[in-house]
Design a protein around this ligand. Structure first.
Ligand code: TEU
Ligand code: CA
Length: 604
């Protein structure tokens, strides 16, 4: 059978609009800002843009756009709390702006993917306002309402012990004073979970998909789509984090009993009638059969998912995310090869990503973001992603190697509700423990979602060209913008050697060699514990007619590395230290790798 599909070969670029480009000087990026940069994206090699929601909710007058204060509901979660699926927040643009964006995207032969956030809505959505208005509301059953429980002392308690995902010290349930019941709100109280058991809800969701497809969107990134089906008796979660009142409940709401039925229904009713690309965000899923049930070639559910294995590499397993866990190339090899082999052996499809708006910057996380190594590290990560099998997702700023926020930033610079909840919890739980709070700040600097949300650094002028000189960006810019910026990497002396240039060339090279890199087979070299395996990840990719070797040194040390017996490199074709260094590299037996060095060689 022919396995070629356009969405397998596509390069997707994720835009987080608030931080992309502000065209009207209110300090927030907007839709016309995206339209203005389409030529830049086209030139980089992007085929599809995925636009995250951004404050795509009713803006209330009290939310002054220049305020540095924390945005309250309905911007509780930066747009992932949607109050109207078929309209755009006025400060972000108009529906006409989006229609114009789609037109301009198409003109350039590109496609647009929308973010579909339908596990929950905003608490300001008309459906929820109706639902909470009374127990007798016709929309009561559109959300998940339960009566309170009472403990031995007669105190009111939520229906079970599930923890809120974006603030683990809190319950996943919110008490509604008006109608005297709890509603389920897995992420924040402002994001009530929809009740997918109700067929009217599913029909309403299908209509949201149709609305955007009919306007020219080419598909969806589906936010936490594997959380839509909950175990209906809502059992208490096991205690996995001792000392916490509330516990991770994902066992009962991730990949729940009716997930596949409802994904197939979406496919049958809507997606099968259009030519789409679909990617489901699926946190908590590890079971291989569950993944293949969604993305297998015959499954008729989704094209691919975002699996979290690679971005969870530095979490203490089973614990909440604000933890630090050491890792090395062994872990990387295990994670990468598992997903590569799974998809190849069982005819599924992968997505390749190391960044998005929920993750720290990859150059800071997986390599070394000091001035000495940042560029080499960013290029190493680019080599890994562009030589693996799967659809490529580049997150805005990744193509210029943007870094995490600096450690010197105080808590007041962090804008994300998850970060704010974490700081609050630590201040409350450890008021007298300065060490504990200093540690919390360190973890925050390494893990916070804010790291990915600083505005894009276009040039070295005031506010990095993100917004006009006299306006105030909604979030502080990373202070390094004077030397890390798009202009510096696309003009002048570094235009051919920059991280940006490297990404552009790598994407081009991948497209010229699809047989190898998109569709080819995959196998680790030195899969087991050889002397170099805690530093180096190496793999072979091959098609019917040829094979390449990719060697990636994931350490800041010089490493002596041995090719497998009988493996001979014919020609080293690419590396992150520049083409002129390739001639000196050994072609068999033993070779010396520089810190963070990556190489691609054609095999004899
Ligand atoms: O994220 C879902 C999710 O489970 C994680 O990515 C989560 O944000 C992370 O573990 C917290 O550190 C999606 C969106 O991408 C995220 O921005 C939203 O906050 C969330 O859903 C709710 O819509
Ligand atoms: Ca704006």
């Amino acid at each position: 059978t022919d396995k070629h599909r356009w969405w397998k070969e596509a390069v997707v670029y994720q835009i987080y609009p608030a931080s992309f480009l502000d065209t009207n000087g209110d300090g927030w990026g907007d839709v016309p800002g995206i339209t203005q940069k389409l030529d830049y994206l086209k030139d980089l090699g992007v085929d599809v843009i995925w636009v995250s929601p951004s404050r795509q909710a009713f803006s209330k007058p009290e939310h002054s756009t220049n305020s540095t204060a924390v945005y309250k509901s309905p911007q509780a979660d930066m747009g992932y709390d949607i109050a109207d699926y078929e309209d755009i927040d006025p400060s972000y643009g108009t529906l006409a702006d989006v229609e114009n964006l789609i037109k301009e995207v198409k003109k350039r032969g590109m496609k647009l993917v929308m973010d579909l956030v339908v596990n929950h809505t905003s608490d300001q959505h008309a459906w929820f306002l109706d639902s909470r208005s009374s127990k007798a509301s016709l929309k009561r059953d559109w959300y998940i309402w339960k009566p309170a429980k009472y403990d031995a002392d007669g105190n009111r308690q939520p229906p079970n012990n599930w923890a809120m995902i974006l603030g683990e010290a809190n319950p996943a349930w919110t008490w509604d004073e008006g109608s005297q019941e709890y509603y389920l709100s897995l992420f924040t109280p402002e994001q009530p979970d929809l009740n997918w058991e109700n067929p009217e809800v599913r029909e309403a969701v299908h209509n949201v998909l149709r609305f955007w497809l009919d306007r020219g969107a080419s598909g969806f990134r589906m936010d936490v789509i594997n959380l839509i089906s909950k175990v209906q008796d809502f059992p208490d979660a096991d205690i996995v984090v001792p000392g916490n009142k509330y516990q991770p409940g994902d066992e009962y709401f991730a990949n729940g009993p009716r997930l596949h039925e409802w994904l197939k229904e979406i496919n049958r009713q809507v997606l099968s009638k259009y030519d789409t690309i679909t990617v489901g965000e699926m946190p908590f899923v590890r079971n291989e059969d569950e993944i293949i049930r969604v993305v297998g070639a015959e499954s008729e559910e989704l094209n691919m998912i975002f699996a979290f294995d690679l971005v969870d590499i530095d979490n203490v397993p089973g614990d909440f995310k604000f933890t630090l866990h050491p890792w090395d190339a062994h872990d990387l090899k295990r994670i990468v090869s598992r997903l590569q082999r799974l998809m190849l052996e069982r005819d599924g499809w992968n997505s390749l990503f190391v960044e998005n708006h929920d993750q720290p910057r990859s150059v800071s996380r997986y390599t070394d973001d000091s001035d000495q190594w940042r560029e080499i590290g960013a290029k190493l990560l680019c080599m890994m992603q562009t030589t693996l099998a799967g659809t490529i997702y580049v997150y805005q700023g990744e193509e210029i190697g943007m870094r995490n926020v600096p450690p010197s930033w105080g808590p007041e610079e962090y804008k994300d509700i998850e970060s704010i909840n974490f700081f609050k919890k630590n201040a409350e739980m450890y008021p007298d423990d300065a060490d504990r709070r200093a540690y919390a700040r360190k973890v925050m600097q390494r893990k916070a979602r804010d790291n990915a949300r600083t505005p894009i650094q276009w040039d070295n002028t005031t506010h990095a060209g993100f917004t006009s000189v006299n306006s105030k960006p909604w979030m502080r810019l990373n202070d390094d913008y004077t030397n890390v910026n798009v202009a510096a990497q696309t003009s002048g002396a570094s235009a051919s050697t920059s991280v940006h240039a490297f990404w552009k060339r790598s994407l081009e090279y991948r497209k010229q060699n699809k047989d190898l890199y998109v569709y080819g087979d995959f196998e680790l070299v030195h899969p087991d514990k050889d002397p170099n395996s805690s530093e180096v990840m190496a793999y072979k990719r091959w098609s019917e007619s040829r094979a390449v070797l990719v060697v990636l040194n994931f350490s800041g040390k010089e490493v002596e590395w041995n090719l497998v017996d009988g493996m001979n490199v014919d020609r080293w074709v690419a590396g992150n230290y520049g083409e002129d260094t390739l001639g000196e590299k050994a072609k068999n037996d033993s070779m010396l790798l520089k810190p963070w060095e990556g190489l691609i060689g054609e095999l004899k």
